[in-house]
Design a protein around this ligand. Structure first.
Ligand SMILES: Nc1ncnc2c1ncn2[C@@H]1O[C@H](COP(=O)(O)OP(=O)(O)OP(=O)(O)O)[C@@H](O)[C@H]1O
Length: 359
């Protein structure tokens, strides 16, 4: 096998329970040191995919290869313990009757000295060196998660499967442990498949995101591409609040309060949703009933009045009712809290909106 061949390859994986398919025709691959996130709402089939790779679920069909070796196929089923796969779950499940060192050494082969060296190396890497002889119950949740990471990495698995591994940790701890986990796994060259329902976590961790919905992968790509070129309205809405302007296509154009939008290739009469994230709505002040002039970049501004404004941390969220009907929200960096009833003008960044036929 060539050095660049993927560590984990899945082809046409389908899983069903009681005749109901919950994972459909899923194909993906993960290279050494890469992180692929399976992202999607609860029940979309993420964990089932992960369990099939681990070997604890029997798929209906499909192939799985780890480091080029088939572990699942029409006539192959390699048992979980022989797949070279590490697992990290939300409940770290350290063995309570073993010390930190013995937890990490548990799956290791070799001499006692070699095992101790590997345990020390990993504990140092997760900044837990001084807890080598501690017991799991003496550690905080974050510390236990670091030990769980060290234990999972210790036998140098080719593939690491992680199912919502950080969701039990409080916010303050989570970012640090995520980054630490990522750097350890990258250094080890492990191919990582991470399951999460949190888009922010996926964008922070992933080299590639596979967005799942009802058993299907609906879109796959780098976080930047998935965020900026969503496949459909629901994919856009999964990553942030969205504004939707409804319209109908006539001559490849759609009329809206913000001027005409291009809808190339969409047949006349098709209803479309024009989707724009709140951070891409431009706000301008009303000057004696007039707003800014139309520009090619922002189209025609539309008048609206403020209905509510709130400060939500780094930014302010301002909600509007359009004079032409409908509501919109916009986020503005820092503190901007216009009073309800204030007239303003809204414009939409044309390069940041998406036009989707209504589903
Ligand atoms: N052992 C099982 N028997 C029957 N149905 C199951 C079983 N395991 C999962 N399912 C069903 O399969 C579907 C997918 O479940 P899965 O756990 O893979 O989803 P998920 O995306 O990981 O969701 P969550 O984030 O809530 O864990 C769900 O409808 C679930 O109820």
């Amino acid at each position: 096998m060539t050095p660049s061949a993927p560590r984990l390859e899945i082809e046409h994986l389908t899983c069903a329970f009681d005749g109901q398919q919950v994972v459909r025709n899923v194909s993906l691959s993960v290279g050494a040191g890469d992180v692929l996130c399976l992202l999607g709402p609860s029940g979309c089939g993420k964990s089932t995919t992960l369990r099939a790779i681990a070997g604890v679920e029997s798929p209906q069909s499909g192939k799985i290869r780890i480091d080029g070796t088939e572990v699942l196929g029409p006539t192959t089923f390699v048992p979980p313990e022989k797949r070279g796969v590490g697992l990290i779950f939300q409940d770290f499940a350290l063995f309570p009757h073993l010390s930190v060192a013995d937890n990490i050494a548990f799956g290791l082969k070799g001499t006692k000295a070699a095992k101790r060296d590997r345990v020390r190396e990993l504990l140092d890497r997760v900044r837990m060196g001084r807890y080598i002889d501690a017991w799991p119950h003496e550690l905080s949740g974050g510390e236990q998660q670091r030990v769980a990471l060290a234990r999972a990495v210790a036998p140098r698995p080719q593939v690491m499967l992680m199912d919502e591994p950080f969701s039990g940790l409080d916010n303050r701890l989570r970012d640090g442990i995520r980054d630490e986990t990522l750097s350890v796994l990258k250094e080890e060259g492990t191919a990582v498949l991470l399951v999460t329902h949190e888009p922010e976590e996926a964008m922070r961790m992933a080299d590639e995101i596979a967005l799942m919905r009802r058993g299907d992968i609906v879109q796959m790509g780098a976080p930047y591409n998935i965020y900026n070129n969503p496949a459909d309205r629901a994919a856009a809405a999964f990553f942030s609040d969205i504004n939707v302007i409804e319209g109908e296509v006539n001559g490849a154009l759609t009329d809206t309060p913000f001027g005409q939008f291009l809808a190339p290739g969409v047949p006349d009469g098709t209803e479309v949703d024009i989707v724009i994230r709140p951070q891409h709505v431009r706000i301008d002040f009303d000057r004696a009933g007039r707003g800014p002039n139309p520009t090619p970049q922002d189209g025609t501004p539309a008048r609206a009045v403020v209905t509510r404004s709130r400060f939500i941390g780094k930014e302010s969220l301002v909600e509007f009712r359009l004079d032409a009907g409908g509501v919109m929200s916009a986020t503005v960096p820092s503190v901007f809290l216009p009073k309800p009833g204030t007239p303003m003008w809204l414009a939409i960044r044309r390069d940041r909106c998406f036009v989707f036929p209504r589903q």
